[in-house]
Write a new protein. Structure first.
Ligand SMILES: NC(=O)C1=CN([C@@H]2O[C@H](COP(=O)(O)OP(=O)(O)OC[C@H]3O[C@@H](n4cnc5c(N)ncnc54)[C@H](O)[C@@H]3O)[C@@H](O)[C@H]2O)C=CC1
Ligand SMILES: O=C(O)[C@H](O)CS(=O)(=O)O
Length: 465
């Protein structure tokens, strides 16, 4: 196991903090403690669990500015986005603090007078979570909140790039009164910790947000002990702009989706399919607005696009852009970089590509950067076929004011999240998640607590004997 994890600022390359990586023994101990504390926590009444979750949310809000600064420094996202993410993170805790009190069972009419049937819910057990760097607060609370609300205990391994935000959140949970062994953080490198989690007899559920390849490994390795799995994986969101779309709205909402977190979200617009009759107007208006986006250090006032997270992400983005250009794509703006491998910072300027085709990597592989390729279509069926052609099925967006077009697209797009004239669909009260290779399960909404619950039924006999 690695001894320490160097946490650096992706905007400057500067070392923020060295974090000790937990040893295998320390991780096993955390899992054992999480398992042993499960019995008591799962028997804590739902209203008490709810009360403690609300205290945790309050504590986080009291430390909002500090948390946002930590998040911007380690992830690179602009400060206003980090402040927004703190609110997004607590919105999941607030939502599940209430859902804890609504875990209803039911009775079933028996087929004889001497029997009664009662259905009830119980928490699955110790949950092990692995979270990504792009939303180090919200991706953790989106898992921890329903887990704790359901009565599960929780151990999380944050991404090596951004452990500090998660560590602070867990510290605040303990300050709020959630017992130390009920929610824990361990640090380490994914492949090493992942194996410990999936092989542990104490862990009853794995929940993961990250790349599809890693998700597949975790699903495979969870089979040995038949663990529950929840997977929020990669995406490749299409944006369909129909001939009758409000172009100004489509431009505004496509930018909102594409450039949030420098394009490093799993539901970012990854390709735009524009009806051929309006592509010139759309591309011109879009490019004009994209050129206005301010690139810089997320701590600087006014920054809208920060650096990408690391060299691996940078190289993937540059490779996709160069591939597209080599296959005929036209650059309408951007395709500029401010990178220094020695210092470890990698800025990618927002880029719009036109005349893109299906043979380009960028139309098939998740970009995770501020690059927007535009292609065209003639018929809606063609747009749907292109949209559904990747292995992903997380988010899709379309712009039209015609209800027949809207209903057709909603019913024919194979995606778990669809924005109709809306580029920002995420909300704690809605079930976030994907189809196909974008994942298993939902997070948020009434659906989001189900993955943390088992269902059992009691059949009582001999009542009138
Ligand atoms: N769905 C989403 O929101 C996310 C999608 N991604 C996609 O993944 C691509 C690569 O980004 P990465 O940071 O490398 O994602 P990643 O999936 O490798 O990392 C995410 C988390 O998984 C852990 N991890 C890595 N390898 C693991 C393994 N073998 N077993 C268990 N855990 C492991 C990491 O430590 C981190 O905590 C991105 O460009 C993007 O396409 C990445 C992060 C979030
Ligand atoms: O994983 C992600 O990229 C996030 O789930 C996107 S969102 O929930 O912040 O929209």
């Amino acid at each position: 196991m690695a001894a320490t994890i160097k946490v650096t600022n992706p905007a400057t390359g500067e070392l923020i903090q060295e974090v000790k990586a937990d040893t295998e023994e320390e991780i096993h101990l955390a899992l054992r403690r999480g398992h042993e504390s499960f019995r008591k926590w799962s028997k804590t009444n739902a209203h008490e669990r709810s009360r403690l979750l609300k205290l945790w949310s309050k504590k986080i809000q009291e430390h909002k500015d500090d948390l946002a600064k930590i998040m911007t420094m380690e992830s690179g996202k602009p400060l206003h986005e980090s402040l927004g993410e703190v609110d997004y993170a607590t919105s999941y805790i607030d939502w599940y603090a209430e859902e804890a009190k609504r875990l209803y069972g039911r009775t079933i009419p028996a087929n004889t007078e001497s029997k009664r049937i009662i259905v009830s819910r119980q928490p699955v057990g110790l949950v092990a979570a692995i979270t990504p760097w792009n939303f180090p607060a919200a991706m953790m609370t989106r898992k921890a909140a329903p887990a704790l609300a359901a009565g599960c205990t929780f151990v999380v391994k944050p991404a090596e790039d951004t452990p500090l935000t998660t560590m602070k959140l867990i510290e605040l949970a303990h300050e709020a009164g959630i017992p130390a062994d009920v929610i824990q953080c361990v640090n380490g490198y994914g492949s090493e910790v992942g194996k410990i989690f999936t092989e542990s007899k104490y862990v009853r559920k794995i929940t993961f947000t990250g790349s599809t390849p890693v998700g597949k490994l975790l699903i495979r390795d969870s089979a040995s002990t038949v663990k529950h799995v929840s997977m929020e994986l990669g995406g490749h969101a299409p944006v369909i702009v129909a001939h009758d779309a409000d172009i100004d709205l489509a431009v505004e909402q496509t930018i909102a989706s594409k450039f949030r977190n420098a394009g490093q979200t799993c539901i970012c617009a990854n390709r735009v399919l524009v009806h051929e009759s309006i592509v010139e107007e759309f591309a011109e208006k879009l490019t004009k607005e994209v050129k206005k986006l301010k690139v810089g250090n997320g701590l600087e006032k006014g920054t809208q696009i920060g650096p990408v997270i690391n060299e691996k992400g940078f190289n993937k983005i540059v490779s996709q852009v160069n591939d597209a250009i080599s296959k005929g794509a036209e650059v309408l703006c951007g395709n500029k970089y401010n990178a220094n491998r020695e210092k470890g910072y990698f800025f990618v300027y927002p880029t719009v590509l036109k005349n893109v085709n299906e043979n380009m990597k960028i139309m098939q592989e998740e970009t995770f950067g501020p690059i927007l390729p535009i292609t065209t279509f003639q018929e809606l069926e063609e747009a749907v076929n292109i949209a559904n052609s990747t292995p992903y099925g997380l988010a899709a967006y379309f712009f039209t004011n015609d209800y027949r077009t809207g209903i057709y697209l909603h019913e024919h797009l194979d995606f778990g999240i669809i924005g109709w004239n809306d580029g920002s669909p995420s909300a704690a009260h809605a079930p976030f998640g994907g189809m196909k290779e974008s994942g298993i399960g939902r997070e948020g909404g009434v659906e989001g607590i189900e993955p943390y619950l088992e269902t059992k039924y009691l059949s009582i006999g001999g009542i009138y004997k």
